[in-house]
Design a protein around this ligand. Sequence first.
Ligand SMILES: NC(=O)C1=CN([C@@H]2O[C@H](COP(=O)(O)OP(=O)(O)OC[C@H]3O[C@@H](n4cnc5c(N)ncnc54)[C@H](O)[C@@H]3O)[C@@H](O)[C@H]2O)C=CC1
Ligand SMILES: N[C@@H](CC=O)C(=O)O
Ligand code: NA
Length: 455
Amino acid sequence: MDPTMAHETMAHATGALTQAPGRAPLRVALLGCGVVGSAVATRLVEHAYDLAARVGAPLELVGIAVRRPQRPRPDVPVDPALFTADAEELVTRADIVIEVIGGIDPARGLILRAMEHGASVVSANKALLAEDGPTLYAAADAADVDLYYEAAVAGAIPILRPIRESLAGDDVRKVLGIVNGTTNFVLDKMDTSGAGFAETVEQAQALGYAEADPTADVEGFDAAAKAAILASLAFHTRVSSADVHREGITEVTAGDIQAAKEMDCVVKLLAICERVTSADGSDAVSVRVHPAMIPRSHPLASVRDAFNAVFVEATAAGPLMFYGRGAGGDPTASAVLGDVVAVARHKVAGGRGPGESAYADLPAVDMGQALTRYHISLDVADRPGVLAQVATAFAEQGVSIETVRQQVAPGAGERAKLIVVTHRASDAALSATVDALAGLDSVDDVASVMRVEGD
Ligand SMILES: NC(=O)C1=CN([C@@H]2O[C@H](COP(=O)(O)OP(=O)(O)OC[C@H]3O[C@@H](n4cnc5c(N)ncnc54)[C@H](O)[C@@H]3O)[C@@H](O)[C@H]2O)C=CC1
Ligand SMILES: N[C@@H](CC=O)C(=O)O
Ligand code: NA
């Protein structure tokens, strides 16, 4: 038998968490035992020997805070006496606290209390980090402890530590990500099946990808929180969810998907974080989440099902691509435990990892100033002068047209479809152009408007 297996089997059978080298155990408290928490607890126990060897000290699970401690949890291989309803008390007797409850409160209060008592914190809570990260960082500084949260963005994919640590010597210019698996699953299925949004969401719910209330995913709240975290780290600037322009995928139609196909594109919900030059020549950040067409040749176009991927452009490194599972108990536990090992190593060695870096303090530009491209599909009258009217609507807003294509369906009489793709322009100018087009007598319908990214 592999010697590692022998150690693990022995540790599990005896209930001892480790066969550790040297040092006194580090006490680990787990808050929450749902999808992520149960996978974290299981790995902590079943891989105790390796974790101890990697840290240089045993990790002793001292308690798991849950709402109903008496509930049987046969899938979680820990002593049932470890379950407690008293999270407030639990966090005072730990060296490392893992927060996988989710939501703002009581997670925030518990994290702050844990830090006050000297614990380093590992969290998967993107909603909290994106809403109130600076408060948590300030508390970590005051207590001289670590705050790590790799699982909060794109689950298992190592993306936050690469940005925060590996790219600390470079300048990140852009982060473009598919960071929500549920919406990627829905858009991918709409692309392959031709089905509409509502029926595809039902399918995603039946398969367990989308929650019963899919609002946070389909309206882009989840992706916006992740975008705020990515932008904060990438640009050394405080960016909160409130700074992120957010549009979900509820308005994406089968017609939009078909229009994308005709352009050899796919529609993806993108988190886009860019360092831009604002109107007065100074640097700023643009952070937004919205559906967009990307060319099928772009690396993000091949991200299928519920997978996530993040594309990073840095000045010296050039383009970088990170890909993997963004959700699920085991994949998320992988990221959580990677952080646990990191902060435990700091405890063993003395010292801490990097804290908040917000020195650049760049302003956020509003969506109107963001530079984007639009794909617009119009149902128009097929008669002389219509193209000129349409072109004038673009010209009046200073928007330059890249391509224009007319399609006349057999038997469509005097109706035609005009498909226009623009060059980059301010989102405000593009939006005003769409309003003007909708008001033209010759335009029956603005059938599809979609931003174009990724070239
Ligand atoms: N499920 C996933 O795939 C991923 C989840 N995350 C994040 O991980 C965190 C946890 O997510 P899940 O495990 O999916 O949620 P979940 O809903 O399955 O588990 C949360 C657990 O916390 C417990 N809880 C809630 N309030 C509590 C309290 N006051 N005291 C003690 N326990 C309490 C709940 O009873 C539940 O068992 C969230 O922040 C989520 O955004 C991050 C990446 C992926
Ligand atoms: N709901 C999220 C999972 C957690 O981050 C998703 O669908 O990606
Ligand atoms: Na991650």
